[in-house]
Design a protein around this ligand. Structure first.
Ligand code: AMP
Length: 413
């Protein structure tokens, strides 16, 4: 049987692995500047944590979660996103008391049983941040600018930022009712819209299938209470003050139940895909709903696969140079140990940021075949250990391009 990676999963290697590592590395540098600390949570959690936080009537909870029972019959789920896990950890370690203004970031695999297509996988990676304890619109704006900075750090600067306010527990219920009434009279709704109408009517607003039917649909902006309106205006003015260009999208609803007030999405301006690169928003009630102290919070997650792809189309690796490769060969088998020790010493002596990789030696091959191997891996130089030269404290350095050869003294200590 020929094994293949399970449907919707993918192996990340070569330039894609390099791109993703670079994204993770740069994001750590940026998180540090903003004062976000790393937190790593388990890949699986109690399934009910996600049901409760994300909401029962959401795509994720209804059909996308990988739920399983362990040997003791505990119902667990592979994490579909990071916010719920972080909120659970925040409460479990009583950071709602000790560190109520905590700023945390995470990075890792997420799992959703979605229909696989370009930029949409069943196992994918997210880099995300959560900012607890700050209800100020400045925290919303900070998180949006942070997400934008992460993308810019890997060269993605052609982006569009979309924002909206979903209101609060005071103004949203009335908007929900208005929406249910409005949508109830709509004809021929798609199956998803019919299903969501009662439980999650906001989601109908960003339905891709029925979008044309909802052009005239009521918009949350017209139903915001005074506090929410003022709050949203402040977010907008803060974004303007740092020249962050945004578009207010009255139909932006986001899929999850926990959002309150500001929500946002960042989409690429240069690829045809309308899929978001990053998305997030404020969720002021989640910590309390999960049993913690009332702690407002705002956060976002960025899709690492999508961001890596966008970074590559933006030219991240246009000037990329592979490390120089040096191969260590032996003309006489009895010098294998000396050559091996030399290779180890050379690697250890390379300074951390030196772009050089050392290969070899390999035994059981004659010198011609070793040189063929060196050509195959595109080594720039081969260092040959030969008996006569070695006895005189020297090795041969062969330039693999022009095939010239020089003798160089080595220290045997
Ligand atoms: P969400 O957690 O749904 O708000 O998604 C945040 C970001 O994660 C999105 O903007 C995407 O970039 C990425 N993302 C979400 N779902 C997937 C998926 N199935 N495959 C790849 N990336 C995804």
């Amino acid at each position: 049987m020929n094994y293949k990676a399970p449907r919707g999963t993918h192996d990340i290697f070569g330039i894609n692995a390099l791109g993703m590592s670079l994204l993770e590395q740069k994001s750590k540098e940026i998180f540090k500047k903003y004062g976000f600390e790393e937190i790593r949570t388990p890949i699986f959690e109690d399934a009910s944590l996600f049901m409760r936080s994300i909401g029962h009537a959401t795509d994720i909870a209804e059909k996308e979660m990988y739920v399983f029972e362990d040997r003791k019959g505990r119902k667990l789920a592979l994490r579909p996103e990071g916010t719920a896990s972080l909120a659970r950890a925040f409460i479990e370690h009583r950071m709602d008391i000790s560190n109520p203004a905590g700023k945390f970031f995470y990075s890792g695999e997420m799992f959703r049983y979605e229909r696989p297509q370009a930029g949409r996988y069943r196992q994918f990676h997210q880099i995300g941040a959560e900012y607890y304890g700050n209800s100020s619109p400045a925290a919303d704006a900070e998180v949006i600018v942070l997400a934008q900075d992460l993308l810019a750090a890997v060269g993605i600067d052609k982006i569009n930022v979309y924002i909206n306010s979903l209101g609060c527990e005071r103004c949203r219920p009335f908007f929900r009712k208005t929406l249910i009434k409005y949508f109830s009279s709509a004809q021929d709704l798609c199956n998803d819209c019919v299903r969501r109408l009662e439980n999650n009517p906001l989601r109908l607003l960003d339905c891709k299938i029925d979008a044309d039917k909802f052009i005239e649909a009521p918009q949350m902006a017209d139903y915001l209470c005074d506090d929410c309106k003022e709050n949203f205006n402040l977010v907008k003015s803060l974004l303007k003050s740092v020249d962050c260009v945004y578009t207010v999208d009255g139909k932006l609803a986001r899929g999850l139940d926990y959002y309150t007030r500001t929500v946002f999405e960042i989409r690429s301006d240069s690829t045809s895909s309308q899929d978001a690169l990053a998305a997030g928003g404020r969720y002021d009630n989640l910590v309390k709903e999960l049993g913690g102290y009332n702690t407002p919070a705002v956060g976002f997650a960025l899709g690492s696969e999508r961001a890596t792809l966008a970074a590559q189309s933006a030219g991240l690796f246009n000037n990329f140079k592979e490390p120089e490769k040096i191969f260590i060969a032996i003309a006489d088998q009895e010098l294998f140990n000396e050559a091996f020790a030399f290779a180890v010493k050379t690697r250890n002596g390379l300074s951390f940021n030196k772009d050089i990789s050392v290969f070899g030696p390999i035994n059981g091959k004659n010198l011609t075949n070793q040189l063929k191997f060196a050509d195959k891996i595109q080594a720039s130089k081969t260092i040959v250990f030969a008996k006569t030269e070695f006895e005189n404290g020297k090795v041969l350095i062969k330039n693999m391009k022009d095939k010239t050869q020089t003798e160089v003294a080595i220290s045997k200590s």
